[in-house]
Design a protein around this ligand. Sequence first.
Ligand SMILES: Cc1cc2nc3c(=O)[nH]c(=O)nc-3n(C[C@H](O)[C@H](O)[C@H](O)COP(=O)(O)OP(=O)(O)OC[C@H]3O[C@@H](n4cnc5c(N)ncnc54)[C@H](O)[C@@H]3O)c2cc1C
Ligand code: SF4
Ligand code: SF4
Length: 417
Amino acid sequence: MSVTRALPVLDSTGAPTAVWAAEPGPAHSRDLCTDCGISRSSDPGRCGRACQFIDPRYEELERKAHGRSRDAGRPDELHFGPFRRILRARLSTPLEGSQWTGITTRVGARLLETGAVDAVLTMASDPDDPWKPRPVLVTEPEGMRACRGMKMGYAPLLSLLEPAIERGWTRLAVIGIPCQVHALRALEEELDFERLYVIGTPCSDNTTTENFHTFLDLLSSRPDQIEYLEFRPDYRVELRFSDGETREIPFLDLPISDLPDDFFPLTCRSCVDYVNVLADLTVGYMGGEGHQWLLVRNDRGEELVELLGTELETTEPGSAGKRAGPVRGFLGNLERASGGLPVRRTPRWLKPIVSFLMPRIGPRGLEFARARLEMKALESIVHLRRERPRRMRRMIPPHVWSLAEPYGLEPEPGETP
Ligand SMILES: Cc1cc2nc3c(=O)[nH]c(=O)nc-3n(C[C@H](O)[C@H](O)[C@H](O)COP(=O)(O)OP(=O)(O)OC[C@H]3O[C@@H](n4cnc5c(N)ncnc54)[C@H](O)[C@@H]3O)c2cc1C
Ligand code: SF4
Ligand code: SF4
């Protein structure tokens, strides 16, 4: 077991929040690693069987977590993985400071309120940088307040599994991004929890917190005052500043081409699980048309939704537009790109027209989510083929090839097992 020091954390008002952090052990350097925390555990060798970049085991782990793997014959499972129900949802009273309406935070708080778990393992903000994630164990419902909102970057979430077990907290909920959840599921049996709930958010285009600050610097002359950022499904980035000002920037006006070539690490350009297929409940926004988007994947996921009772408003998700054109355009841009970032800018005169049209006639709702999944599949293949061709055999599961097939990307010799 690793030796760790527990530190009580204070929330922004200075009150103790029953949130526990610990100094993680040293990280072991690995090629393609998002420092999920396993290399810092008492047995760093476990990376070999836990890591989605070394031994991705989606099909097997889906069967263990959900009782079956994805069924490509069922509408939308090829894209979104195994699920029971998809919901468009929101909290009737949104939680201030959360990324969307705070469903994730509220599920964690309800698990603690009802005594279903001893602790929730999730991310708070680093005391020196609100954008930097810091793993914490939350033991009281009010402590979840310290974890609201999206942080950019990765931090060793799973380094707190052993300290939790050492404290006897074996009924645990974990809120994590897909690469963290893969490692958690791969080690679930040997970690021997009494009870485990997994709440996952989708994740894409992540980068280090340091890189993210470069992006903020390009977006605004007062980057230090940006408190909220989201890539919305209406093709705009929303910024909120500390003085209350808000700004919406159409995707086409983002300074993506001004970012350095290594802005997005290869891990996040080649990661094949966008929608957290191994979580009991995925909480995102992509298919929600301005609301949140829930994928309830198994019995545990149903339990988590039930915990919210009438606090949760749900409707059927909608779907409109056609994704094939935008996805094909994305692939063209990807293939022309050098080193990973698109080189071609949209002509200035065309930008307002495209920005006007995309939210109206572009893919929306579930079609938007399907488009993003296909783009991610194409991106993984193109980038791995360019930068780690030998990894393709292991890292690209069959369903990713199926998503790419309509766009003419097929495996070359040696790229499949
Ligand atoms: C890097 C990143 C990219 C994302 N991209 C997409 C996307 O493309 N499409 C989509 O539908 N959703 C995406 N999400 C998820 C989305 O931003 C929201 O977190 C999600 O919709 C939940 O909203 P909420 O209001 O319920 O969250 P809240 O109630 O505000 O809770 C957010 C939870 O996420 C955890 N969290 C925040 N940042 C991180 C981090 N860096 N690492 C691990 N955990 C973190 C917090 O600890 C908290 O528990 C992304 C999240 C991250 C971190
Ligand atoms: S399991 Fe985690 S720590 Fe280990 S190599 Fe993979 S991402 Fe890195
Ligand atoms: S994009 Fe993928 S690899 Fe990168 S942090 Fe998110 S889940 Fe992990």
